[in-house]
Design a protein around this ligand. Structure first.
Ligand SMILES: Cc1cc2nc3c(=O)[nH]c(=O)nc-3n(C[C@H](O)[C@H](O)[C@H](O)COP(=O)(O)O)c2cc1C
Length: 143
């Protein structure tokens, strides 16, 4: 199966999380392409059996904590996902709060079937990547 791992990163931690997820998907015997959400095209999505979307957590101290604005905009530009298996991940500094729920809902609004999620602290961006890769690869989106 082919998995598109698309991310929004400002300082590089979410990029590292995306690369770790792609490595772990490779170890499961599947292929993974890593791209920024900004560079992701409709063709990238259509060629993939499953997608994983990652963001850093952006907020203002006590309120409005969630996915980075650029991540939600990027998801908004994706084509219809029509039942495609999807996963969401984020890196955070303090507390991700509802970030994964918000990302999940944005993908479900596109028709994706969300099969897994992972939040990793910015000190350990690769943590949880292997488990998330297992969930994605077990979703069996295509061959
Ligand atoms: C402007 C800004 C706001 C942030 N707000 C939050 C926040 O509300 N909660 C949190 O847990 N982390 C917050 N962080 C920390 C980042 O989510 C964290 O460092 C993340 O790993 C950065 O990912 P990146 O290196 O891919 O950009 C914030 C970081 C920045 C730069």
């Amino acid at each position: 199966m082919q998995v598109l791992v698309a991310y929004e990163s400002r300082g590089g931690r979410t990029r590292r999380a995306a690369e770790a997820l792609a490595d772990a998907i490779g170890k499961q015997g599947s292929g993974a392409t890593v791209k920024t959400l900004k560079d992701t095209t409709a063709e990238d999505v259509e060629r993939s059996d499953a997608i994983a979307i990652g963001s850093w957590v952006e907020g203002f101290v006590l309120f409005k904590v969630g996915p980075a604005k650029g991540a939600l905009e990027g998801v908004g530009r994706l084509p219809a996902l029509a039942g495609k298996p999807a996963a969401v991940f984020c890196t955070y500094g303090f507390n991700p709060r509802a970030t994964l729920d918000t990302l999940r809902q944005s993908l479900e609004a596109k028709g994706a079937k969300v099969v897994g999620e992972n939040a990793s602290h910015r000190a350990h961006p690769a943590r949880g990547a292997a488990e998330l890769a297992e969930r994605i690869c077990a979703s069996g989106g295509g061959s």
